[in-house]
Design a protein around this ligand. Structure first.
Ligand SMILES: Nc1ncnc2c1ncn2[C@@H]1O[C@H](COP(=O)(O)OP(=O)(O)OP(=O)(O)O)[C@@H](O)[C@H]1O
Ligand SMILES: [Mg+2]
Length: 363
């Protein structure tokens, strides 16, 4: 290959795909860079309008958070722009979630038929399948606040006070709804800890917390502004009473993706990243091939995200190693499909990482 014979070119730089000569890869890249520049220029025209909207939303958010300043450290607000369209391979689950949302948006319809609208949604399934992501997407799609109840800190920080703190938080959430008319999605991650079967927890404090939740979910406490979403990968440990209809009315399983799901997740993650970066990042010509390779590894959505992250990290290293005379700006370096394939080859799902010894670009 030309590259090896030519010693004016140092070793460390973009390594060509085996079946494409280095010169050809460079030519392709230049063409891509030219097209990207055109694309970026086009985006810039609308960029300002977009930024104004984001700034406005952030300011509003800060304003609304003032009343709970004393509890602020205990809450997390979702500032990530995650939508249902970003969640891959879970159309059926999302269809159910939409029904759940309708119950919250149109309670009067439920009154017509004398049934109680749903309040709670519990997502369960293996790690890294998109449960937390879905909770965030729901809050964004419904334009409500996203507050994660920090279970482990409630318990460790206020032994004996936990249920009071929990109650104060839920009450505060409802006050915010009263003041601002904005509902609060209360998210409980690792729900098997918060809603552990009664009598089985090590301290009675968990039992007392479960009682608080029941009070709220049964409508005995004023919680009309609250939407309850919980996630767990150990549904068997969750208290049965809390799982019954009328509390967590919807209990949805989030499975590991099948082959079609893997492809959908990959496409959506690529689209999400490009939406965030406001430019094209990837050059993928055969998603099916990548999906086959990923599926063979039995990946979760989180694995796919990690593989893309590692690929970008390698690209950064490659960029840093580029000789001065070939420098382009980092935002001009696309990630070609074969780079993702390289990462997939090195990735171990069991270890959730690439073996260190395999990371090398100069060979
Ligand atoms: N279905 C999916 N579609 C798109 N991306 C996904 C999907 N599932 C996971 N991901 C990616 O993996 C990351 C981690 O997923 P998430 O935190 O939602 O998993 P989880 O189910 O909550 O896992 P855990 O049970 O470990 O809490 C997400 O931020 C996203 O990048
Ligand atoms: Mg999670």
């Amino acid at each position: 290959m030309a590259r090896e014979d030519d010693d004016t070119k140092p070793d460390l730089r973009l390594v060509p795909r085996q079946d494409i000569p280095w010169e050809e890869e460079k030519r392709q890249m230049k063409e891509v860079i030219r097209r990207q520049q055109e694309y970026i220029n086009k985006l810039r025209q609308t960029d300002k309008a977009l930024r104004d909207v984001v700034d406005y939303q952030k300011k509003q958010l800060q304003e609304y958070m003032k009343p709970i300043a004393d509890l602020e450290n205990e809450f997390k607000v979702c500032e990530e722009d995650i939508r249902f369209e970003d969640v891959g391979g879970l159309e059926n689950v999302i269809a159910h979630i939409r029904k759940f949302q309708h119950g919250i948006m149109y309670p009067q319809m439920y009154e017509v038929y004398a049934i109680r609208p749903p309040r709670g949604l519990m997502l369960h399934g293996p790690p890294g399948t998109g449960k937390t992501m879905l909770a965030k997407a729901i809050s964004n799609e419904m334009n409500c606040y996203f507050l994660e109840i920090p279970m482990t800190r409630i318990i460790s920080k206020w032994v004996g006070e936990a249920e009071k703190t929990l109650e104060a938080m839920l009450k505060r959430c409802n006050d915010i709804y009263r003041e601002k008319g904005i509902k609060v999605l209360v998210f409980v991650d690792e729900a098997e800890q918060m809603f552990r079967k009664r009598g089985e927890s090590t301290h009675g404090v968990i039992d007392r917390c479960v009682n608080v939740w029941q009070m709220y979910m049964d409508g005995m406490a004023d919680g009309e502004g609250l939407i309850y979403v919980a996630a767990t990968n150990k549904i068997d440990l969750v208290d049965d009473a809390i799982k019954r209809a009328g509390r967590f009315d919807y209990i949805l399983e989030i499975p590991k993706p099948d082959r079609a799901g893997v492809e959908d997740i990959l496409r959506k993650q690529v689209a999400y990243k490009e939406r965030m970066a406001k430019r094209q990042i990837y050059q993928v010509h055969d998603y099916g091939k990548l999906a086959d390779q990923l599926y063979a590894l039995e990946v979760s959505g989180a694995d796919i995200a990690e593989i893309l992250r590692i690929t970008s990290e390698r690209q950064i290293e490659r960029f840093i190693a580029m000789p001065e005379d070939q420098l382009v700006t980092p935002d001009q370096l696309p990630i070609f499909q074969h780079r993702i394939e390289e990462t997939i080859r090195d990735y171990s799902v069991a270890d959730r990482k690439v073996e260190r010894r395999k990371i090398g670009f100069s060979n």
